[in-house]
Design a protein around this ligand. Structure first.
Ligand code: NAP
Ligand code: GLV
Length: 309
């Protein structure tokens, strides 16, 4: 049994060591691979070049290193009939919830204002609002959105969420579909995007959506850069309809040097690090899934390629 791995961030030998510890019989090859393509049974990949996966005629499954699979769905030559599995693992989930809690607090506690005051050497106390005065609205009630909402609960924010299908989550006002979108936005003071990027969700953070939020709302995008119409956000920030944004993902990554976000005083940015897959915990999920398939059982977290997530 052989697995080909292509990860993005250099974690040294962490992936190979974790795989060897959890599945010693599995042969592991790192990309680029110049051996016999027919010998590869599984691929664990992040952003493979288009057409790459088609080279392996005996692939039984493709595992995405990330939760998002837009990097695979955009490949016109993705081998047909080979299941694609998204990453669901506790390290990635925990990291995202840490980031979302921090980013919500960043806006709730006026940290962009205090950063501006610091630059100007201004010492001024801003009136703090209690958490229950604000509603956090989560776009996407999947593995990551739900965990982040759970972690926000103890602070006392009012919580809301929006998904494609109806949901019932204790302590969270749930909205779904196009029909629930406007009402969800109307009550949201801090908007968090944790949607997958699909043709339906592309550009969802746009001028029309910003206009439906209460004036002065904050936007946190940790989904994908393609969710945000960047010029619409800049206009909404300039008009004070949006009071600030925390952005982890961008239309073009790395962000071009001349992009206005770099200098914008109301934008806090990070370089797509909101969360990272943790090899040690991710490998357990991948190995368990391979063992399931080899035992004739169904794989978990298979992507519905027609839906795009
Ligand atoms: P998931 O479990 O598949 O959940 C996706 C959620 O989005 C579901 O609740 C789904 O609704 C909802 N959704 C999808 N299309 C929709 C639509 N058209 N309208 C309304 N709701 C829609 O995904 P996840 O594991 O939570 O991951 C979410 C995304 O986070 C990933 O796809 C990736 O882009 C992003 N991410 C970013 C980072 C980072 O570092 N910035 C790290 C990891 C992941 P249903 O429940 O009704 O199906
Ligand atoms: C990272 O962006 C992921 O999708 O896991």
């Amino acid at each position: 049994m052989a697995l080909l791995i292509k990860t993005d961030i250099d974690r040294g030998d962490a992936w190979a060591e974790a795989l060897a510890a959890n599945y010693p019989e599995l042969k592991v090859y790192s990309w680029p691979y110049d051996g016999d393509p027919a010998a590869i049974d599984y691929a664990l990949v992040w952003q493979p070049p288009e057409g790459e996966l088609k080279r392996y005629p005996n692939l039984k499954a493709v595992f995405s290193v990330g939760a998002g699979v837009d990097h695979l769905a955009s490949d016109p030559d993705l081998p047909e009939g080979v299941p694609v599995v998204r990453m669901v693992e506790p390290g990635l989930t925990a990291g995202m919830s840490e980031y979302v809690v921090w980013a919500v607090m960043n806006h709730h506690r006026f940290m962009l204002d205090y950063a501006a005051q610091r630059r100007e050497k201004v010492w001024e106390e801003l009136l703090q609002l209690p958490a229950e005065a604000r509603q956090v609205g989560m776009l996407g009630l999947g593995v990551l959105g739900r965990d982040a909402l759970e972690k926000l609960k103890p602070f006392g924010f009012r919580l809301a969420g929006w998904s494609r299908s109806p949901k019932s989550i204790s302590g969270v006002t749930c909205f779904h579909g196009i029909g629930g979108f406007d009402e969800f936005l109307a009550g949201t003071d801090i908007l968090v995007c944790l949607l997958p990027l699909t043709p339906e969700t592309e550009g969802i953070l746009n001028a029309e959506a910003f206009a439906k939020l209460p004036a002065g709302a904050a936007v946190i995008n940790v989904g994908r850069g393609g969710h945000l119409v960047e010029k619409d956000l800049l206009e909404a920030l300039d008009s004070d309809q949006i009071s600030g944004a925390t952005l982890d993902v961008f239309q073009q990554e790395p962000l071009p040097e001349d992009h206005p976000f770099w200098e914008h005083p109301r934008v806090f940015m990070t370089p797509h690090i909101a969360s990272m897959t943790v090899p040690e915990t991710a490998v357990r999920a991948v190995v368990a899934n391979i063992q399931r398939l080899e035992a004739g059982e169904a794989l978990q977290h298979v992507v519905d390629m027609k839906r795009g997530y």
